[in-house]
Design a protein around this ligand. Structure first.
Ligand code: ASP
Ligand code: MG
Length: 417
């Protein structure tokens, strides 16, 4: 008998019919012999509705109280779901984050799980019950309810799977798995059978929304295989797992895009030690995540231009810091452009294959798409382009690297050079 953790997202439990249909799947699985922990999200739209309610009450809601409010969304679904299971004649028990022993830090709205006290869940499992846990929530060491950030139920599920030593964590959603790129942007996108944790981590942080970033980190750290699949069909999903030799052979696994970045340039910064620190330290103090950074020559010798990108939501904050620091250090001017997009190619095979970057740049050049910034890591190449080219860039790159074909049918990259 295997222990399985399953997580169902908001669209999978959106209404009574959906909850009943998921309950039927779960009960069947239980009857087949598996021990099940089921982690649920709030109904689709519920967390947004609660957020809007809070904003009606206060433009800047108290973070502790906001978490108390937001956590109710998941409490509704675990109760309804457990009722549905009982209607089907099986045994289920709902547990809030607190009851399930999910302990986090104090960071309201973006809390990190620090520890899971597994005994309460284990006891219910040993009684043969389906344990139904509220995703997205935990509590800190003072007993305050915390939430894990939007999309955080994935992380609740994978963390529970790790703590309980589950065989696999199945993440049920409204898409059939992880795709080579966003199928809504390009219909030729292809579902991946398998992908490594490392690639998935890059995909999640580069804008693919299928899994919460922290959930992939947990999966990788504790080696919990994550299966992403649809609760609406029986199609096989995508397995996120430890890398192996076969995966290494795939040069490009996926293409992501992120329209929610903004670029800021400080011109003619004095070119001397400590200037970058003067700029980036206050940004990090304000919790701004700087992404790409490029430094180049300024208009005169001894001066440098520094360009960097930040999430669009932090744009105003960043501009305030940049303007202040710019004055203090005697920089030239500040240019900014919120209408940029980051396009990334991700693939383990980049470690051992050359020519990926040049093929990417040539492909974009052939379409007259200007590259504004470039950054690379061992398994990723990202470029910044004008936002209006997002779709075109993704499509031509998807074609150029033949991502619509299974990996073993693609032309090997070196053969073209
Ligand atoms: N209900 C939360 C949200 O909408 C958490 C989740 O669904 O993963 O962000
Ligand atoms: Mg999600």
């Amino acid at each position: 008998m295997a222990l399985i953790v399953q997580k169902y997202g908001g669209t999978s439990v959106a209404n009574i019919e959906r909850i009943q249909s998921v309950a039927r799947r779960v009960v069947e699985r239980r009857k087949a012999g598996d021990s099940l922990v089921v982690v649920l999200s709030a109904r689709a739209g519920e967390t947004d509705r609660l957020l809007a309610l809070a904003r009606e009450m206060s433009p800047d809601p108290d973070p502790r109280e906001l978490d108390v409010l937001l956590a109710t969304g998941e409490q509704i679904t675990i109760a309804l779901f457990s009722m549905a299971v009982k209607e089907l004649g099986a045994e289920a028990v709902s547990m809030t984050g607190y009851q399930a022993g999910i302990i986090t830090d104090h960071h309201h709205g973006e809390a990190r799980i620090s520890w899971i006290e597994t005994i309460p869940v284990m006891e219910r499992l040993n009684e043969g019950k389906i344990v139904v846990v509220a995703g997205f929530q935990g509590y800190d060491d003072e007993g305050n309810i915390t939430t894990l950030g939007r999309g955080g139920s994935d992380t609740s599920a994978v963390a529970l799977a790790a703590a309980l030593g589950a065989e696999v964590c199945e993440i049920y959603t409204d898409v059939e798995g992880v795709f080579t790129t966003d199928p809504n942007l390009y219909s030729k996108a292809r579902k991946l059978e398998r992908i490594s944790f490392e690639e998935m981590l890059e995909m999640a942080s580069m804008g693919a929304k299928v899994l919460h970033l922290r959930s992939v980190e947990f999966g990788m750290k504790y080696n919990v295989p994550i299966m992403v699949l649809s609760s609406f069909t029986d199609a096989p999903g995508t397995l996120v797992t430890k890398e192996d030799e076969e995966m290494e052979k795939v040069v490009v696994s996926g293409i992501t895009y992120n329209r929610n970045e903004a670029r800021i340039t400080l011109t003619d910064v004095p070119d001397m030690p400590g200037m970058a620190a003067r700029l980036f330290q206050p940004l990090s103090d304000e919790d701004v995540n700087v992404d790409l950074i490029v430094q180049g020559r300024g208009s005169v010798p001894g001066k440098a231009n520094i360009s960097f990108t930040v999430p669009q939501k932090d744009y105003d904050k960043t501009m305030r810091v940049a303007e202040r620091v710019g004055r203090e250090i005697g920089a030239g001017r500040i240019h900014s452009n919120p209408n940029i997009s980051k396009i990334s190619l991700i693939g383990l095979g980049m470690r051992s294959h050359s020519g990926v970057a040049s093929k990417m740049f040539t492909t974009l050049a052939n379409e007259n798409i200007n590259i504004k910034m470039i950054s690379t890591s061992e398994i990723k190449i990202s470029v910044i382009v004008d936002e209006k080219y997002t779709e075109l860039a993704v499509r031509v790159l998807h074609d150029a690297f033949q991502l619509d074909k299974p990996p073993n049918e693609r032309i090997r990259i070196q053969e073209e050079f």
